[in-house]
Design a protein around this ligand. Sequence first.
Ligand code: A3P
Length: 288
Amino acid sequence: TIPGQYYLDGVLLGSYNPPDGMKALREFDLFEDDCIVAAYPKSGQTWTLELVYLVLHHGTAYERENTARDMRTPWIEWGPVDEERLRNISNIPRPRVFKTHAIAKHLPVQLREKNVKMVFVFRNPKDVAVSYYHFYRMNAVLSRFPGTWSQFYEMFMAGNVAHGSWFDYVQEYWREFKDDKNVLFLYYEDMVKDHAGSVRKIANFLGRNLRDDVVEDIVKRTSFKTMKDNFATRAHKIPFFDENISPFFRKGNVGDWKNHFTVRQNEDFDRVYAEKVAESGFCIDFGE
Ligand code: A3P
């Protein structure tokens, strides 16, 4: 169990996403030029948020002020409804970039009404599970999970973790948005393989034409190492993270699952994956 846990439409959430916050998310006022970055936890969302943010704001005074991550790319549905916080994030300079972990049907109603752009990030679910396990261990809002990897693996496969089943989560997004020109699907593995290409892809999607030196600078500033060390992008003051247990910017590579999955877990996973998503049409690279 995690603090304040409850289920919303079958999806496990904690006290950091209480019912009134989820309702406020649904009713959140968007502008046409907002961009929402949605992802299942541990899919490379922090990285993508920073990429989108820099594509839109590189070189501006707002960007140079080095505002902390929580204000440059705020998580819409964070915490119980706090009018002041909502007002603050409503007033950040446009175009605004928002984070969400909501399942597709919990997204703001205005997303579709106003044709707001959205970026969705996929990551291979074996690495997601491993990354999530370490995050569960270090994060007090996820109970600082004291169990073993194998116990976490069972929870993950059962969808009994915060934000629910990876399988349901990504399939619902894919089904809902795969043909929507306002939604860009990105893959963590592609971003690792072709970082500059991903910057260009995002810029193209958002209608920005970036000079080569700007692309290069964005790549430099969003490298794993730079983001890990950077004041603005690291979660520098998050009191419920214990980075002595596991750092927030942990490894940032593809294939760490091979250091965790047993042969049996891997076979079990491949069988479930084949049953559940093989036909979906999105294409996950497991780094094999
Ligand atoms: P690992 O735990 O495998 O290292 P999210 O931001 O969605 O929570 O995803 C976290 C994962 O993205 C972590 O994976 C983290 O290290 C990785 N990550 C964060 N910033 C990154 C970057 N600039 N480049 C590559 N990976 C990054």
